[in-house]
Write a protein that binds this ligand. Structure first.
Ligand code: NAP
Length: 247
């Protein structure tokens, strides 16, 4: 465990993985606007990460490939060395893979699982020891509607997200006695780069199945993160932010 080098930091400290773009960038900004010190993890999008960092004095960017355990340890050590504590971990980084099972290569399956699921194991493993020590903390996993109902031709992705929800429930039980709340947010379809591959017609088809008749935006998810970050008696839940798509 890294020694606490800075004392008396009153602000809460959050780590958001994959905070450079899309939903993660919105979560980073929302938390920063609400008084958190935020460590914004990014992998490839350095320019985007630095742009966000430069607009706030309470956001600190840190490059790490979240699918690599040693790099995750670097991210956690950076945060503890600088701020001495971690109050909130948001496991947001993720990649998609749209392929039939026959076309899915072993290494592609591995990459999706490592990026979306192993990453949350790595971060939670490293962060929870500090949270247990503090008898306080929150972990929020960004999963997906596909982890709940399964997506055709997105088996690896669906498996990774179902695994995240299982991790949420398991850790909620294990860490609850240490006053650590663990929850998932399962978005439906949110307007980000991840859905760029969809045609206009495909989007219209999806919208026709959503009772609220529109695709979600990144703020919808960020608002839910802030809600859970403030909630003291909610744990082990999978909160669906999907406009009612699967009811
Ligand atoms: P996005 O726009 O494609 O952004 C993905 C983010 O993940 C980027 O910031 C990217 O960072 C980061 N990332 C990817 N691989 C990484 C790695 N190895 N290490 C560190 N960071 C990594 O995706 P999004 O739509 O915002 O999705 C965010 C999360 O929400 C994902 O977990 C996704 O599965 C989930 N989700 C999204 C939707 C949706 O409709 N958009 C629906 C359900 C769930 P760099 O660019 O810096 O590499």
């Amino acid at each position: 465990m890294v020694e606490n080098q800075e004392k008396n930091i009153e602000s809460k400290v959050a780590i958001v993985t994959g905070g450079s773009r899309g939903i993660g960038a919105s979560i980073v900004k929302k938390l920063a606007q609400n008084g958190y010190i935020v460590v914004l993890n990014y992998n490839k999008s350095e320019k985007e990460a630095k742009e966000i960092e430069n607009k706030f004095d309470n956001i600190y960017s840190y490059e790490a490939d979240i699918s690599n355990y040693d790099e995750v340890k670097g991210l956690i050590d950076f945060t503890i060395n600088k701020f001495g504590k971690i109050d909130l971990l948001v496991n947001n980084a993720g990649i998609d893979l749209v392929k039939t099972i026959n076309d899915t290569k072993i290494e592609e399956f591995d990459k999706v699982l490592k990026t979306n699921l192993y990453s949350a194991f790595y971060t939670s493993k490293e962060v929870s020891k500090y949270m247990i020590n503090n008898k306080s903390g929150k972990i929020i996993n960004i999963s997906s509607i596909w982890g709940i109902i399964g997506a055709s031709c997105e088996m690896a992705y669906s498996v990774s997200k179902a695994g995240l929800d299982a991790m949420t429930k398991s850790l909620a039980k294990e860490l609850g006695p240490s006053n650590i709340q663990v929850n998932s947010i399962a978005p439906g379809i949110i307007d980000t780069d991840m859905n760029k591959f969809l045609t206009k017609e495909e989007k219209e088809q999806i919208i026709s199945e959503i009772p609220l008749e529109h695709i979600g935006n990144v703020e919808d998810v960020a608002d839910c993160v802030l809600f859970l970050a403030n909630a003291e008696y909610i744990t082990g839940q999978v909160i669906q932010v999907n406009g009612g798509w699967n009811i």
